[in-house]
Design a binder for this molecule. Sequence first.
Ligand code: NCD
Length: 289
Amino acid sequence: MKNLFNLSSLSVEEINAILDRAQQFAEGETSDIAKGKIIASLFFEPSTRTQNSYSMAVMRLGGQVITFNTEVSSMKKGETFYDTVKCFEALGCDGAIIRHSENEYYKQLEGINMPIMSGGDGTGNHPTQSLLDLLTIKQEFGKFEGLKICIVGDVIHSRVAHTNIEVMERLGMQVYTSGPDEFKEDGLNYIDFDTAVKEMDVIMLLRIQHERLSSAMVMTKEDYNRQFGLNAERVAAMKDHAIIMHPAPFNRGVEINDDCVECEKSRIFKQMSNGVFVRMAVVERALKG
Ligand code: NCD
């Protein structure tokens, strides 16, 4: 059973194999490996991109998806997380895609006998987001070794940042972080944002994870935008070949200005398209076992 819970347990060879397969799908390769298979898409936290691009991936591979909504599910009657997932196994699902707000939720699912693919756990891991980020970077630069990236914003609450920092360092990238003091994490390379803008190959912006803050932010949106928001002036200071990334959803006028979202350096929508190809590779890997 090829689960995907995190990237830290995958070797560099396994990560590159997934990226190579995703690139083949990006170039038009097809597969019907999921024909006759039904995958449960179980999102216990909101999602637009991850949930629907996993569904696109399953459907592109010839399979079908069933979804469920916590608000109208038997969890409202007290059913546990484990029993909910076990139910979908009993119904005959061939695998499940799961997002949950609890870090390492998958440790509760040891009795489940179908492959599980993560759509993100709490502030911990978001393996397919990192894979699509890596694919986008590889398409752009053809390598990872020596590239400089700065991840900007709410690093401490971001599963995207946590997953990317670990894997990007392992792949030989130089990873920096920037943003307000309250989001700084010990042990990471911190860099001033305006310096980062000039020096990096990749500027990766993050959304403030308001739903994970223990108290409301002191800094106003306007202050955040002034100090850490990407605007046309900062984009103009970036290196010629440098690119802008964001896992989305983005907040226009906070971490990124309207006129930068689709500017020439932005790869934000490219990342979303790559999400389908990466997830096709992940679903294929899970079903092949
Ligand atoms: C991210 C997530 O859910 O971790 N979104 C995504 O999957 N593309 C980032 C976020 O919510 O800010």
